[in-house]
Design a protein around this ligand. Structure first.
Ligand code: NAG
Ligand code: NAG
Ligand code: NAG
Ligand code: NAG
Ligand code: NAG
Ligand code: NAG
Ligand code: NAG
Ligand code: NAG
Ligand code: NAG
Ligand code: NAG
Ligand code: NAG
Length: 507
């Protein structure tokens, strides 16, 4: 499903001279297909060649806060366009570098090169991914780490940990059947069961489930991703969910997880045994290696179907051939369900209390069952405009109001966004260009729909020091309240995006 919602500021402010500060890192990449077998099974995967080798997940972009990044992205896909969104960066000086197809740019056609240049001014664990069709589900994503010079955990050894579910068909192949029967539909909520899951591009599919296989179609006992650690050392794990449809519960057998940052924002350390990570979210987690040296499962479990996939935490003195003993009871331990207990460490400068909101935006999200591809925001369905919205705005033309939800905000508005979810399923919500304050979320029920009620619910807002992040789960059949300041400098565009499973090519 894909329901981007546009929120456009009504003001255009001249951009600062944006090329004068900071060091610059330059990368030259080619987006390419490769036939490879991340979980044993061979299929076409979209990855990135950085001049040394083809990689999936893509190469890590790692820079210091304040530096400039240039990625010269050559589209080496023969038949499809592409674009890259730098999830976590606010693009205050360069809104046209946000990478959203038909909203901030025309997608990059085959053989063409796009020069992505932006200021990496938001530190922490972030990621980049295709924002054209469903390409990131087919592999086009990678880590974007922006180092903070004052990072209290900078001396710890660390691992980047991508998790995503995996399919044996490309997105195009999976959904052609839908487009055949729903020629007008641009929205998909198929909830296709995944076949396996990957940690950093590695997983294990049981090849015996295929009717026939040989070493050209599936290689059994595909290796798990292993994180080799030293006893009595504390590690930082940068968990990033590149999932497409599912929310995961993460855990490491016998070990505590201490959350210290969410979507790049430091929080007071909070210890849990399992944490729920929504699509697009990042959790920086400290793990102390205080258990008998051995191999331990790292688990990602979907809430919905209890599918599980794994990586291995291996103490350096343990056998690298053996697999962990199954020893963790997933029904025990504390589960971190949402952001509420995560208190930002930086001082609260929050002044977004209800009397202070200058603008309230209501978003009602509905799907008309049983036609699963008919989903709406405030009764409107997205049609990607033929001319990118940002271009239309820069040319002072009218945005396509009739096909997209557009809200005019004044620069500096304190915006309260209330989202009512009429759908029996949770969804990730991502705000481009800003972090937001997580004010409140309604209770969930599978049998009834609970809408936001100002009289009843406004009092429940977290007014003290609400968590800040850029991606959150909208609870099923319930509501969510977030606040943000519309202060994205020279830029004039924000985008919400619920993207559970994106269709490629929009045909
Ligand atoms: C990429 O864009 C930046 C900013 O405009 C510019 O300084 C740089 O020269 C460009 N690089 C190439 C190879 O065109
Ligand atoms: C793999 O699948 C086969 C066929 O269903 C089954 O017999 C076997 O137990 C499975 N192996 C594992 C490790 O799950
Ligand atoms: C397939 O590969 C495995 C391990 O790579 C090897 O042991 C086996 O002999 C191969 N089988 C065939 C039919 O080539
Ligand atoms: C673990 O590390 C701490 C601090 O580095 C040290 O004081 C302690 O002796 C170590 N414990 C073991 C069992 O090695
Ligand atoms: C996990 O944390 C709890 C309390 O925060 C503590 O009692 C327990 O010993 C810790 N377990 C491990 C394996 O460190
Ligand atoms: C295990 O470690 C040894 C020594 O580092 C190495 O030679 C071997 O390839 C490793 N085996 C596996 C399965 O990773
Ligand atoms: C797992 O936890 C459940 C619920 O607390 C309990 O009933 C069950 O016995 C536990 N299983 C194991 C293997 O510890
Ligand atoms: C409203 O904003 C002002 C200025 O930032 C602040 O002083 C005041 O405390 C805020 N009021 C509330 C109720 O948060
Ligand atoms: C959203 O739904 C609520 C509850 O049904 C309703 O009161 C409100 O008018 C709706 N708002 C919009 C913008 O559709
Ligand atoms: C939206 O408005 C444009 C321009 O006014 C018009 O051409 C188009 O048909 C409208 N689309 C819909 C779905 O109403
Ligand atoms: C919502 O979904 C759950 C399963 O995820 C199901 O048990 C429940 O009946 C559904 N509720 C409605 C109102 O469809």
């Amino acid at each position: 499903m894909e329901i981007p919602i546009l929120v456009l500021l009504s003001m255009l402010i001249a951009c600062n001279s944006w090329l004068t500060v900071g060091a610059r890192h330059q990368y030259q990449w080619t987006v390419q297909y490769a036939k490879t077998n991340p979980d044993g099974y061979f299929r076409t995967v979209i990855g990135i060649d950085d001049g040394t080798k083809w990689q999936f997940p893509g190469p890590v972009v790692r820079v210091a806060k304040g530096e400039w990044v240039t990625v010269l992205l050559h589209n080496g896909l023969p038949t499809e366009a592409t674009s890259i969104h730098w999830h976590g960066q606010h693009q205050r000086e360069t809104p046209w570098m946000d990478g959203v197809q038909q909203i901030t740019q025309y997608p990059i056609l085959p053989t063409k090169i796009f020069n992505y240049t932006f200021h990496a001014d938001i530190s922490g664990t972030h990621w980049y991914h295709s924002h054209t069709g469903g390409q990131y589900t087919d592999g086009l994503f990678g880590a974007l780490i922006v180092d903070d010079p004052n990072d209290p955990y900078r001396d710890l050894p660390e691992n980047i940990v991508f998790i995503n579910e995996w399919y044996h068909q490309t997105v195009i192949d999976t959904f052609d059947i839908f487009t055949e029967y729903q020629p007008t539909g641009h929205f998909y909520n198929p909830l296709v069961d995944f076949v396996s899951g990957l940690f950093n591009g590695k997983g294990r599919y049981n090849c015996s489930l295929l009717t026939s296989f040989d070493n050209n179609t599936c290689i059994p006992d595909s290796p798990y991703e292993r994180f080799v650690v030293e006893y009595n050392q504390t590690y930082r794990f940068r968990f990033i969910s590149a999932g497409s449809q599912f929310t995961y519960i993460l855990s490491v057998d016998q070990h505590n997880l201490t959350v210290v940052a969410i979507d790049g924002n430091y929080v007071q350390p909070h210890t849990t045994q399992q944490l729920v990570i929504e699509i697009g979210q990042r959790y920086d987690v400290l793990v102390h290696m205080n258990q008998p040296p051995d191999n331990y499962w790292i688990r990602a479990v979907t809430e919905r179907t209890l599918n599980e996939f794994n990586a291995i935490l291996q103490y350096s003195t343990a056998s690298n051939n053996s697999e962990p003993k199954y020893s963790w009871n997933l029904t025990t331990g504390t589960i971190l369900l949402d952001s509420k207990p995560l208190i930002p460490t930086n001082v609260n400068t929050f002044s977004l209390r209800p009397p202070n909101f200058t603008k309230t935006v209501f978003l009602n999200i509905t799907c008309h069952e049983p036609v699963i591809d008919k989903c709406f925001v405030n009764e409107k369905q997205l049609r990607l405009p033929s001319i990118p919205t940002l271009l239309t705005m820069f040319q002072n033309q009218v945005a396509p109001y009739n096909t997209t939800n557009i809200f005019d905000l004044a620069y500096g508005d304190n915006v309260l966004v209330i989202i009512n979810n009429f759908i029996n399923g949770s969804h990730p919500m991502h705000l481009h260009g800003h972090d937001f304050y997580v004010l409140a979320a309604g209770p969930t029920s599978q049998t009834s729909i609970i809408n936001f009620n100002e009289e009843r619910d406004a009092g429940s807002f977290n007014k003290e020091n609400p968590p800040r992040r850029d991606t959150i789960s909208l609870p099923r059949q319930s509501w969510l309240a977030i606040g943000f300041v519309a202060d994205n400098g020279c830029c004039s565009l924000m985008l919400y995006d619920i993207s559970a499973f994106k269709k490629r090519n929009n045909k």
